[in-house]
Design a protein around this ligand. Structure first.
Ligand code: AKB
Length: 328
């Protein structure tokens, strides 16, 4: 496996991209990690801690130009339209998620890149998939356009590995919970919004039922999983673009109860909307034996530890007067 030297993170202004870029800058050197946004303004931390540029991954010419001008050898493609937003605009979801992915893989081949990382999601699963301890190899028949694009993405990654020897990797992220950048347009967004609303307003109206159980992961584990997979020797990998990664599973009601341990007056109402059907089609828990065996995956956070840290960090942001508003 060749050494990773200069990384381009596309979709760097989003929920995962913004924190991952900062962590990569720590590990690989600030100047060696180029953050690329499409439209949204970067935070000062992202903009000022290393190179920032504009690049829409759907625009192949711009992607080529960016690779050349920054001498990029590795791309992390975090640009995506998530499940709920994807149902409102399936064509745009396909364009960003699939055209963007093919552009990344083609660019990797044409520029002989060292590695590309293209994330997948638990959205690849569907109602016919076993819900508990969902296996690595199982039925992939999603009912959302987002899920369709993610299954396509996994197959394309594996195809480019086999056919063109591109080093393409990816993980099936569960819902990611974080205190810095809000997610946008996902089904698991309630598990982030609830913390913000607990701090800001002491009440939250949740858009899935109280008994809805989904796999989730705290951002530090998400960063660790992503960076550990990037660093894993290629020869030790039997899978490539589709690793199951688990960390914790809880119902919306269990999450509310955990927050109430810290904020006793916190009130939650449940008003399920169209996102309930999406949540019901996804697994409740994940079997990540392959990730553990092939690159040593091990999560550090459970619900209690995550909740303590989330509330502490959000309280600090609140006290600093930072403006944040969760939800629509
Ligand atoms: C979503 O809810 O769409 C995402 C995901 C699970 O990939 N957070």
């Amino acid at each position: 496996m060749r050494e990773i030297k200069r990384i381009l993170v596309v979709g760097a202004v989003g929920q995962i991209g913004s924190e991952l870029t900062l962590a990569l800058r720590e590990k690989y050197g600030a100047d060696n990690v180029v953050a690329a946004g499409r439209k949204t303004k970067p935070s000062p931390a992202l903009r000022d801690s290393g190179p920032f540029t504009w690049c829409d991954v759907v625009d192949r010419e711009k992607l080529d130009e960016t690779i050349k001008s920054f001498s990029i050898d590795t791309i992390i493609n975090m640009a995506a339209i998530l499940s709920a937003k994807g149902e409102k605009n399936p064509q745009a979801c396909w364009d960003v998620n699939v055209t963007g992915l093919i552009n990344t893989l083609e660019a990797a081949y044409d520029h002989n890149l060292t590695q590309v990382l293209c994330p997948s999601s638990i959205a690849v699963f569907g109602p016919e998939t076993p819900r508990d301890n969902t296996p690595q190899e199982t039925v992939l028949k999603p009912t959302t356009m987002y899920g369709v694009t993610k299954v396509t993405g996994e197959l394309l990654c594996d195809y480019y590995v086999r056919r063109f020897e591109v080093d393409a990797r990816g993980l099936r992220y569960p819902g990611i919970i974080s205190a810095e950048t809000l997610p946008g347009g996902g089904t698991t967004d309630y598990a982030v919004e609830i913390y913000y609303k607990a701090i800001e307003e002491g009440r939250y109206t949740c858009f899935v039922r109280e008994d809805t159980s989904l796999p989730m992961m705290y951002m530090p584990d998400c960063i660790k999983a992503t960076m550990d997979l990037m660093a894993a020797p290629f020869d030790g990998l039997k899978h490539h673009g589709d690793f199951n990664v688990g960390a914790m599973s809880f119902t919306a009601g269990e999450l509310a109860a955990e927050i109430k341990k810290h904020i006793p007056g916190f009130e939650v109402a449940y008003e399920p909307d169209f996102r309930q059907d999406i949540a019901d089609s996804w697994p409740s828990s994940i079997d990540d034996t392959s990730a553990r065996a092939e690159w040593g995956w091990e999560p550090a956070y459970d619900l209690a530890k995550m909740t303590e840290d989330m509330l502490k960090r959000l309280k600090e942001r609140h006290e600093r007067g930072e403006l944040y508003q969760a939800g629509a």
